[in-house]
Design a protein around this ligand. Structure first.
Ligand code: PLP
Length: 397
């Protein structure tokens, strides 16, 4: 057997296991922008599974800004930020994000995954400790592992347990408490007032990844920091991503001058990568403006969330306690979640099944997400399809 064949034979074994478990993942190719009606190869369907919460990903004004940015700055960044890839477009966006988050400075990263890895590895070393909610995003967990700090995961939202651990654990090193602002697969909001209080009492530092809060929570879309009114002392390390409600791509860290300078010096995923395309940064200036100013998008979204929850309750569906656009329906087994997703697809509705290891074993779910560009009529169509699909499901079981 040739080496390539031998490698394939080894790899196939784990693929087959994954397939048998109902955990095999496949991509769907989109032939349209990210929007409620998406075109797939053989079907146009109504999608409820993007993170484009404000409907900005294909907004004509953001698209024009991207074109303008490309005309002005070209496409590629051409180098990493510290070599020669730091463009005025990046600079202007960092200034705008700092002002938006009411932090002294902000630093752009190419993705949220890299921002989390970068911050955690730059701030933590072996003598330090990091405490994370069990349901934190994979990038936070990976960053924690990579950092070499002692790593403890507290039960989801169990602030009392966290407080106990902080009281008991002794260390001369630094202690970081890290949480999603809005939990990405559950949609619930972290208890940031309690976490900030505990961190203050125990001399720990709070870090929030607000990937799903920005644009959605707060009067101006300022996310958890705005909703909980947490300043840079109470919440010194704030992460946002630009690929969700902002509708573009990339991520940022907002905090003190010293924090940002530290990241520029020591965050390897910042240093050793090509800068985000400057045109994307330029387009994000426009999406930031829309995100702040067009409060009617948040208002409409709130109404859709209410409509969806009321509808699901009437149908007796297993809705999770969430007030955000992430409205998961827990199904249980991976196979059942896939079957439910297929049943919806047969009715022209696309909701992805989320399975382990993304979520804990036995809690596979349909992660329904609503956006400001959905209409109330479209949410009714989703509810009707769910009613039919769950009826079929019950008949079979
Ligand atoms: C999506 C997400 C990320 C990753 O951001 P990308 O820019 O997509 O890499 C990080 N944290 C959370 C909580 C997320 O939901």
């Amino acid at each position: 057997m040739r080496a390539g064949q031998r490698l394939d034979a080894e790899l196939k074994a784990s693929l087959e296991i994954r397939q048998r478990q109902g955990l095999y993942r496949q991509r769907q190719t989109l032939y349209s922008p990210q929007q409620p009606q998406v075109r797939l190869l053989d079907q146009t369907c109504l999608a409820f599974c993007s993170n484009d919460y404000l409907g900005l990903a294909a907004d004509p004004r953001v698209v024009s800004a991207l074109k303008e940015g490309a005309a002005r700055y070209g496409v590629g960044g051409g180098a990493s930020h510290l070599v020669s890839g730091h463009s005025y477009a990046h600079h202007a966006l960092e200034e705008a994000l700092a002002e938006f988050t009411q932090r002294p400075r902000a630093l752009l990263f190419s993705s949220g995954y890299m921002a989390n890895l970068g911050v955690l590895t730059a701030l933590l070393s072996a003598q330090d400790r990091v405490y994370q909610d069990r349901l934190n995003h994979a990038s936070l967990l990976d960053g924690g592992r990579l950092s070499a700090a002692r790593f403890r995961r507290y039960p989801h939202q169990d602030v009392q347990r966290l407080a106990q651990w902080l009281q008991q654990d002794e260390t001369s090193g630094r202690r970081l408490v890290v949480t999603d602002g809005v939990f990405s697969m559950d949609g619930d909001v972290a208890r940031l007032d309690d976490l900030a209080r505990i961190c203050h009492a125990e001399n720990a530092y709070l870090m929030v990844d607000d990937a799903h809060g920005f644009g959605v929570l707060g009067q101006q879309g300022g996310g958890c920091a705005e909703a909980f009114n947490l300043n840079v002392d109470e919440l010194p390390i704030l992460i946002g991503t630009l690929g969700k409600a902002f509708g573009t791509a990339g991520a940022f860290v907002a905090g003190s001058e010293t924090l940002i300078e530290t990241l520029i010096q020591f965050a390897r995923p910042y240093i050793y990568t090509t800068s985000l395309p400057p045109a994307v940064a330029h387009a994000t200036l426009t999406s930031l403006q829309l995100l702040r100013e067009e409060g009617h998008r948040r208002e409409h979204l709130r109404q859709l969330i209410q409509q969806f929850r009321t509808g699901c309750q009437a149908l007796g569906l297993n809705l999770m306690p969430s007030s955000t656009p992430i409205q998961p329906l827990v199904v249980g087994s991976a196979q059942a979640a896939l079957a439910m997703s297929d049943a919806l697809r047969a009715r022209g509705i696309w909701v992805t099944a989320i399975r382990p290891p993304t979520v804990p074993e036995g809690t596979a779910r349909l992660r329904v997400t609503l956006t400001a560009s959905h209409t109330s009529e479209q949410v009714d169509r989703l509810l009707n399809a769910l009613a039919q699909a769950s009826r079929v499901d019950n008949d079979q079981s």
